[in-house]
Design a protein around this ligand. Structure first.
Ligand SMILES: Cc1ncc(COP(=O)(O)O)c(C=O)c1O
Length: 328
């Protein structure tokens, strides 16, 4: 089932290689290893992401350095990347946050001009497109199939690449460093980052409905936006061209109070994301409040509302009514 899942993924994205792995975090770790990122290198990424994007840099002994975000899209701000590059900068991991594609044109140009490896963390954006091209096809990319994702295998991930050498490295490293020899012959110090056939079988069934799921989620987002259009205090998420809908995240002035009120009225919602650079291990590395002010401001205001593929209009209304009450 693993080769079947990989084949389906390759066909869907239109990539040369797709390698199934145990989760999205493993995919990021292997992508950096396969591109030779190592101790002493600097890896740029966004502070507004799930923690494992930056952790992957730490796993390979590299130093993560963040670049502040664009407050409109919540993605890394391409205008700030160049100034963050120093002689040790070897890689940039971009994240298509919440399904919104990054502005690829300037990002590709900066990476090419500065000879920097570009990795796409497309964990939240399966099916999203930039300029008519699916994200995850611009360079080596990583996907996650964690249960909150649009396609899930319970746990799972994928590395996609058009580079044969990267493919060979990922293929070996996910499988204990085996490289075509005997089963107990190990060419590299690898990992057990394989995806099981059982998980892959779930993926095959899930992939059959990816377009339908993305369509239904876009419909739910439209209903939310419509229901919220008269709410002056609520900033609805951008309906950027080519985006998919991983979550429905609104911005509010009084986010913490409103979040608590929604929770106590039985509507589960969460602040999303807290900045990575303010997580304990990153504070220990010297990062602090004020380092990335746009991300910090957005992180204080964003709230993920209930959102799922089969959500009904009346369930959305129920959330909106509770939100209206909390705002008053
Ligand atoms: C942007 C991003 N990167 C990485 C990951 C890590 O994926 P996983 O949980 O499958 O390890 C996730 C999701 O969990 C994510 O949303």
């Amino acid at each position: 089932m693993v080769p079947a899942f990989e084949q389906q993924f390759r066909d869907y994205l239109g990539v040369r290689h797709a390698l199934a792995v145990s989760n999205g975090t493993a995919a990021l770790h292997l992508a950096l290893l396969a591109h030779g990122i190592k101790q002493g290198d600097v890896v740029l990424t966004t502070p507004f992401t799930f923690v494992s994007t930056a952790n992957a840099a730490l796993y390979v002994g590299a130093k993560p350095k963040f670049v502040d975000i664009d407050p409109e899209t919540y993605n890394i701000d391409p205008n700030r990347i160049q100034e963050a590059i120093d002689p040790k900068t070897r890689a940039l991991i971009i994240v298509h946050v919440f399904g919104v594609p990054c502005n690829m044109k300037p990002i590709l140009e900066i990476c090419e001009d500065n000879h920097i490896v570009l990795i796409e963390d497309a964990c939240e954006a399966l099916g999203a497109q930039y300029g008519g091209k699916k994200v995850g096809t611009f360079t080596t990319s990583c996907f996650s199939f964690y249960p909150n994702k649009v396609v899930t295998t319970a746990e799972g991930g994928m590395v996609c690449t058009s580079d044969d050498r990267v493919m060979e490295m990922v293929d070996s490293l996910r499988n204990q460093g085996r490289m075509g020899g005997e089963w107990l012959e190990h060419a590299l110090v690898g990992y057990n980052y394989r995806l099981s056939d059982v998980h892959a079988a779930i993926g095959v069934a899930q992939m059959r409905r990816i377009d339908q799921s993305n369509k239904l989620r876009a419909e739910k987002a439209r209903i939310y936006a419509d229901e919220l259009k008269t709410f002056q205090q609520v900033r609805v998420p951008p309906s950027a061209p080519g985006r998919t809908w991983f979550v429905y995240v609104v911005e509010l002035d009084d986010r913490d109070r409103i979040g608590k009120e929604l929770n106590s009225s039985g509507i589960e919602c969460k602040p999303y994301f807290p900045p990575v650079h303010l997580q304990a291990p990153y504070r220990q590395l010297g990062f602090k409040e004020g380092d990335y002010p746009i991300c910090e401001k957005v992180s204080r205001r964003t709230l993920a509302l209930p959102f799922f593929t089969k959500m009904t209009r009346s369930q959305i209304r129920q959330v909106v009514t509770a939100l209206e009450r909390a705002l008053k």
